[in-house]
Design a protein around this ligand. Structure first.
Ligand SMILES: Nc1ncnc2c1ncn2[C@@H]1O[C@H](COP(=O)(O)OP(=O)(O)OP(=O)(O)O)[C@@H](O)[C@H]1O
Ligand SMILES: [Mg+2]
Length: 313
């Protein structure tokens, strides 16, 4: 058996709609994911992330190319694939008319867990996701964020080898999100493979062993965080705090054609592409515009890489 939990070869999905031009939502993507890895799919709105997950989870048939989950082809062996995965898609609905507890129990039973073990796990999982106090409430009566917790908590009820999460943290508060990231790491350490999509770069930066950035259905970059940072060699972040914001600073910043910039009360933050030897000149040029209280220059963050890689050429 292959060492890879996922193998994706030149996969494409084209949506055809009568009277409309076809949309190449996924346009020739290839990658593989070793067991126990957390793999991040990143990309702006409409990049094709959800479509790709739907193909990998057998909800959509690919137009061309191939994908195997734990060695099973998603088109030829969908039932074998389904036994080995759990997923939370963007539009996944929890069973609205069931209570939180019954949602978890039904899901576990569907995946073949015996009912005593299911009850035991439901208690642990609800505790972890801080939904114990709503255990007997119907999901339809919960807030959006709490519903999301119920959806995501389900994947912790069972131990499928592969887990797919489409923007799992939507609507979660930062504290819970941090906790869930910790749980995901624990699951990966046990050997489960996790494939997640996100637009929140810090999330991917913290969580993923390997990242694929896509745009318009195509791969634009791939690698671990260090490799991606190298990719963006020459991108710097500069932040300057003035005692008072110089009047011309907005146009001074604009002249540098930054990848992104942010100006507030008395500080500016810019990311730009430059030769290393010019960075100090740029910083000192900006510093001369006013009285500077604090200067910071750092290498690119994933955010910069993302902007650089997905901007319209
Ligand atoms: N059922 C559909 N029929 C036709 N086009 C679709 C369909 N679903 C998605 N698309 C199109 O396919 C492209 C990719 O959409 P997809 O939802 O996969 O992107 P995404 O990366 O998940 O975006 P988001 O970050 O907004 O969730 C978009 O151009 C979208 O409009
Ligand atoms: Mg999506």
């Amino acid at each position: 058996m292959s060492n890879f939990a996922l193998e994706v070869e030149n996969l494409a999905k084209v949506y055809e709609r009568r009277g409309q031009p076809p949309v190449r939502a996924v346009d020739g993507i290839s990658f593989s994911v070793p067991r126990g890895e957390i793999f991040g799919l990143l990309g702006p709105n409409g990049a094709g992330k959800t479509t790709l997950l739907k193909v990998l989870t057998t909800l959509l048939r690919p137009t061309s190319g191939a994908a195997r989950i734990e060695g099973f082809d998603v088109v030829a062996r969908p039932l074998e694939v389904r036994k080995r995965i759990s997923m939370v898609l963007q539009e996944t609905a929890a069973e609205l008319f069931l209570s939180v507890r019954d949602n978890l129990l039904t899901f576990a039973r569907f995946h073949g867990l015996d009912s005593r073990e299911a009850r035991r796990r439901a208690d642990t999982v609800m505790e972890k996701f801080q939904i114990t106090s709503y255990a007997e409430q119907k999901v339809q009566d919960l807030s959006g964020g709490s519903r999301r917790r119920v959806q995501v908590s389900k994947v912790f009820m069972i131990e499928t080898p592969v887990v797919f999460l489409d923007e799992f943290s939507t609507g979660m508060d930062p504290i819970l999100k941090r906790a869930v990231m910790g749980y995901l790491r624990e699951e990966a350490a046990k050997g489960r493979t996790i494939v997640l999509t996100t637009q929140i770069l810090s999330e991917a930066e913290e969580l993923c062993d390997d990242i694929l950035i896509m745009n318009r259905g195509k791969q634009v970059a791939r690698g671990d965080l260090n490799a991606l940072k190298l990719l963006s060699a020459g991108v710097y972040e500069i932040s300057l705090t003035f005692d008072k914001l110089p009047e011309t600073i907005a146009s001074d910043v604009a002249r540098l054609a930054p990848l992104r910039s942010h100006i507030d009360d008395n500080s500016i933050e810019i990311a730009l592409k430059a030769e290393e030897e010019n960075i100090l000149d740029i910083v000192s040029g900006l510093s001369k515009k006013g009285r500077v209280l604090r200067v910071e220059v750092s290498g690119a963050s994933l955010e910069d890489i993302f902007v650089e890689l997905t901007k319209e050429k």
